[in-house]
Design a binder for this molecule. Structure first.
Ligand SMILES: NC(=O)c1ccc[n+]([C@@H]2O[C@H](COP(=O)([O-])OP(=O)(O)OC[C@H]3O[C@@H](n4cnc5c(N)ncnc54)[C@H](OP(=O)(O)O)[C@@H]3O)[C@@H](O)[C@H]2O)c1
Length: 222
């Protein structure tokens, strides 16, 4: 876990005058912490490492085995399909964090539609189809390049804007500060037309994108 590194970044931000209330800090617990008082112990450990006195959101990785969910004011979930979400049943689920990008198969789009209908926020991980998942190929898809050129944006910004217009929170990963700037800048200062959104929705059938595979998604045959 990188809690200590994040803690240093938060402390440095505080020194620059950033208020705690301006930050939204999310962490995640795995199923191995779901028994006894391990949730309590682990959250306290995370807080100590982060140098914080509260977290804004704690995601539960595969929450099906998490008994105390009914006692939470807001439940959270990661990688939950519709049936699993419905079975949780005991508490409102506030967030479902799932892999979501223009290559998401229909069943994943159904999860997004279901969550949005039930006021469950979607966080989209791997918005560029991920580190190990041919993200570099994404940048060569002609239809995405055309939209980027005509919008005066980069392919990364177009794909993030697509996610914003889908009503989801995208969390792109990068170790490159220039990419981080690119991913933050300009995504809110333009809009994709309905036609452009349709082209991106159809990108799964682009010859270059057709062979893409992604963790948790079957080979894309749409
Ligand atoms: N909840 C879960 O189960 C789960 C699972 C997996 C991942 N995640 C989280 O989701 C986040 C993102 O996922 P991810 O990193 O796997 O996939 P991703 O965001 O789809 O792709 C990351 C890749 O895209 C590249 N990239 C980022 N911005 C770019 C730009 N502007 N131009 C060109 N390349 C760019 C990065 O390379 P550079 O470093 O060179 O920029 C990196 O190789 C991470 O924070 C991760 O922790 C959550």
């Amino acid at each position: 876990m990188n809690n200590e590194a994040i803690g240093h970044a938060i402390a440095a931000a505080a020194e620059r005058g950033v208020q705690r209330s301006e930050l939204f800090v999310t962490s995640k617990l795995g199923p191995r912490f779901y028994s006894g008082n391990e949730v309590d112990v682990e959250v306290r450990t995370m807080l100590k490492q982060l140098g914080l006195d509260y977290l804004d959101l704690v995601l539960l990785h595969h929450p099906e085995g998490f008994g105390p969910l009914g006692r939470c004011r807001n439940g959270t979930a990661v990688e939950c399909r519709i049936e699993a979400l419905e079975k949780l049943g005991l508490a409102p689920v506030s967030v479902n964090q799932i892999q979501y990008n223009p290559w998401a198969p229909d069943w994943q789009q159904e999860v997004v539609d279901y969550c949005q209908k039930h006021s469950i926020a979607i966080t989209a991980w791997s918005p560029f189809q991920g580190t190990m998942m041919q993200h570099a190929s994404m940048f060569t898809v002609e239809s995405l390049q055309q939209i980027a050129r005509s919008s005066g944006k980069t392919v990364a910004q177009v794909v993030l804007r697509w996610a914003v217009q889908k009503g989801v929170v995208a969390i792109p990963g990068t170790s490159n500060p220039a990419h981080m700037d690119e991913n933050l800048a300009g995504v809110y200062s333009f809009a994709l037309s309905t036609e452009q959104m349709g082209i991106i929705d159809a990108v799964r059938s682009d010859p270059k994108a057709k062979g893409f595979t992604a963790m948790g998604f079957e080979k894309n045959e749409s």
